[in-house]
Design a protein around this ligand. Structure first.
Ligand code: BGC
Ligand code: CA
Length: 349
């Protein structure tokens, strides 16, 4: 008797609990539904450090595509206002003020100077507009200033390791890389902008990967060419005058600078040494197919743009990001780097 009574009483209790749970769940969805229904337009404020940077130009055009597709798919008007800071942080700060004044729902920022993220975050926080930084990574302390700040990019050290790996594989396959046969690789480095995480870490990890594989390195020269093909060509011309045929390897922090180095050699009768880049842009792949570039590492602009868009869209729709997106440490989204090999190389193997 007693047991029956106990069961009856508790089954009613569990039923009530279940009902309560159902109600709270459906309340949540209707709450999100209400928000979704009231939002009929999304404004994305987008600012880049330089629109004429080859990689950034790819991000912008992929992002424009994602905005168009996202609007059609979700049946909502999405606008993106893109501002070009042309290499000036002061100009970018003004642009950010303008985008905030215009009432954007989310701010996507490719900082000119990645050390001043705090100023940008404080402005956005005062207006309660979430910020998605991309490509130029603010330091951890800055990202922790506010809970509506995120970063989309890729792990710089990984690209350095993969670039180094291309050299190691080639060296092990073909010891002709050591042209003067002294058991060391005489090399020069074309670096990206000083202070950029991708410049510092790519150089460090490329060199480390090569020396960790037991290959001795001998640095002839290294300098910044600010990611630019033209500056890289000028720098390379100078080094060619000084070092000439001594150069056995050119490590480049990106493909544009690798192409600049190739340009410099093409104005001489010198044989091209091993040259490696990062990004996987179309002209670099072409140079690789022609045997001018040893290899490159794909920096996935397409995927980064899609993720910047998805994150921005969800933030603007006031969704719970922590549940809907795969965030690293609650703040970061990283795409993977991959080695790109020449199809000739693959055939040879
Ligand atoms: C890219 C470079 C680009 C730079 C701009 C890097 O991740 O590899 O090509 O110039 O970002 O910030
Ligand atoms: Ca040598």
């Amino acid at each position: 008797m007693k047991r029956k009574y106990f069961f009856k009483r508790y089954s009613i209790f569990f039923c009530l609990l279940f009902l309560l749970f159902q109600v709270s769940c459906s309340e949540k969805t209707t709450e999100q539904q209400k928000i979704d229904n009231t939002i009929s337009e999304i404004k994305i404020g987008f600012t880049v450090y330089r629109r004429d940077d080859t990689f950034i130009a790819m991000i912008v055009s992929n992002m424009e595509e994602a905005v168009k597709e996202g609007g059609q798919k979700n049946n909502i008007k999405i606008t993106m206002n893109t501002m070009d800071a042309k290499g000036s942080q002061t100009v970018q700060n003004d642009h950010i003020d303008k985008l905030i004044e215009q009432g954007c729902d989310v701010l996507c920022v490719n900082l000119v100077d990645r050390t001043v993220a705090a100023t940008v975050i404080d402005k956005a926080k005062a207006a309660d507009i979430p910020v998605v930084f991309f490509n130029r990574e603010p330091v951890k302390e800055d990202l922790e200033r506010w809970n509506k700040v995120y970063y989309v990019g890729a792990d710089a050290s990984e690209s350095g390791k993969l670039e180094g790996q291309i050299v190691v594989e080639q060296y092990q396959k073909n010891s002709n890389m050591d042209k003067n046969g002294d058991g060391k690789l005489q090399y020069v480095v074309l670096e990206g902008e000083q202070g950029h995480q991708d410049a510092l870490l790519r150089t460090e990890y490329a060199v480390k990967t090569i020396t960790d594989a037991g290959i001795q390195m001998d640095k002839l020269a290294g300098d910044t060419a600010n990611w630019l093909r033209s500056q890289a060509e000028t720098k390379m011309n100078q080094w060619l005058q000084i070092y000439g045929d001594e150069i056995e390897l050119i490590l480049c922090n990106n493909d544009d600078m690798a192409l600049g180095a190739i340009d410099a050699y093409e104005n001489t009768d010198k044989e091209l040494p091993a040259i490696v880049g990062i990004d996987g842009i179309a002209p670099a792949i072409e140079a690789m197919e022609q045997g001018k570039l040893l290899g490159t590492v794909k920096n996935d602009a397409q995927m980064q743009s899609e993720l910047i868009f998805e994150l921005s869209y969800r933030l603007a729709m006031k969704e719970d990001i922590s549940k809907n997106m795969n965030l690293v440490r609650g703040k970061y989204i990283f795409t993977k780097y991959t080695i790109l090999k020449s199809s000739n190389d693959v055939v040879k193997e």
